[in-house]
Design a protein around this ligand. Structure first.
Ligand SMILES: CC(C)(COP(=O)(O)OP(=O)(O)OC[C@H]1O[C@@H](n2cnc3c(N)ncnc32)[C@H](O)[C@@H]1OP(=O)(O)O)[C@@H](O)C(=O)NCCC(=O)NCCS
Length: 155
């Protein structure tokens, strides 16, 4: 298996925007049986890539092909006086699964957190029905002992 590179997505790199939109539609369908409206999603992804909203997509690339992505958003922790990175929108293409692609992205992010004083840790939430992903996060050493997630969404 050839090398997997992790890099930030940009508006300037051809294909990044389209690939992220495509991956997010596939991820929502696969994990929550949800159809995401393309136009709305495109604007949502663009806001991040253009820097209008804060957050970064990280892409896993192999032989110049994008095979996975995740979005990282900041949460300020007053208790820690540091930022917690929230991992969102994780998607690895089906043919590249169970080959360590997400592990590579995760290690990359974890290394940044370990190296930087302004970062406190990594968090994510996962659909209760997505037991596969839950097993992956457990295997990587994340724990779900600490918090329950509550939410209220307008639509
Ligand atoms: C969940 C997902 C991100 C995992 O990515 P991946 O690149 O296949 O994961 P990795 O190959 O890095 O596996 C990491 C560890 O989890 C294990 N693992 C991976 N898939 C697994 C599965 N389906 N069941 C049990 N364990 C699994 C691997 O064996 C590995 O452990 P090891 O290092 O001890 O061998 C990927 O399957 C995916 O994109 N799924 C669809 C979208 C999704 O569910 N996103 C998450 C939303 S929160």
């Amino acid at each position: 298996m050839s090398l997997i590179i992790v890099r930030k997505a940009t508006m300037k790199t051809e294909g990044d925007l389209e690939t992220i939109v495509d991956f997010q539609q596939k991820m929502a369908k696969e994990t929550e049986d949800l159809h995401l409206e393309r136009e709305k999603l495109l604007l949502g992804v663009k806001s991040l890539l253009e820097g209008e909203k804060s957050g970064s997509y990280y892409l896993a690339v192999q032989d110049e092909k994008i095979i996975g992505c995740t979005l990282v958003l900041d949460e300020w922790s007053d208790w820690r006086n540091a930022t917690v990175w929230w991992i969102h929108s994780v998607y690895i293409i089906p043919e590249a699964r169970r080959l360590g692609v997400f592990s590579t992205i995760y290690s990359y992010l974890k290394h940044q957190v370990e190296e930087r004083k302004d970062l406190a840790g990594l968090r994510l939430y996962v659909d209760k029905r997505n037991t596969k992903a839950q097993r992956v996060y457990e295997k990587l050493g994340m724990s779900q002992e600490h918090y329950e997630l509550f939410e209220w969404l307008k639509d």
